[in-house]
Design a protein around this ligand. Structure first.
Ligand SMILES: [Cu+2]
Length: 168
């Protein structure tokens, strides 16, 4: 009996080992599985650090290091000119009535009156605030002139309000 068992043992042991190994692997898999299910895979919040203003040139002078950002706000490229919507002895008016600018200039109409006005090019298509979205009191309307030409415009609400932008 004993001898017989001894001869049969090696394979049995090997089989047993494999079985145990297999079970262990399964258990390990199950174990790790159940333990990981608890933690919700949080989509690693990619904290994009705001592009820190380059501490180049300017930072070196003065207060060494503190970013003295040279007012580089994304302003409209090119120059700007302002036309004031105001009141004169004749009533509402654009001031100046004729404004000469160079190509690429953005004109800002500033309504300083208590009444809405439109800024409507006479050709009806170059620029237009539209009657439903006029320049409300204390607000502005901007338009960038990218083409040379003479642009007469008016206010749809007040026929006497006429003016011209000359783009060179
Ligand atoms: Cu008006």
């Amino acid at each position: 009996m004993n001898r017989n068992k001894n001869t049969a043992k090696p394979t049995t042991v090997a089989m047993f080992c494999l079985l145990v190994l297999g079970i262990l692997v399964l258990l390990a898999a199950c174990g790790s599985n159940s333990s990981t299910t608890a933690s919700p895979s949080s989509p690693a919040a990619t904290t994009n650090p705001a592009p820190t203003a380059t501490t180049g040139g300017y930072g070196k002078y003065g207060n060494g290091g503190s970013n003295t950002t040279p007012t580089a706000t994304t302003a409209p490229t090119g120059a700007t000119q302002t036309v004031t919507i105001t009141t004169d002895s004749n009533g509402f008016t654009f001031s100046p009535k004729t404004l000469t600018i160079s190509v690429g200039t953005t004109v800002i109409w500033k309504n300083t009156t208590q009444t809405p006005h439109t800024v409507t090019s006479d050709d009806g298509k170059s620029f237009n605030t539209g009657d439903s979205t006029p320049v409300a009191p204390s607000t502005t309307f901007s338009f960038k002139f990218t083409k040379a030409g003479t642009f007469a415009y008016h206010c749809d609400f007040h026929p006497s309000m006429t003016a011209t932008i000359i783009v060179k």
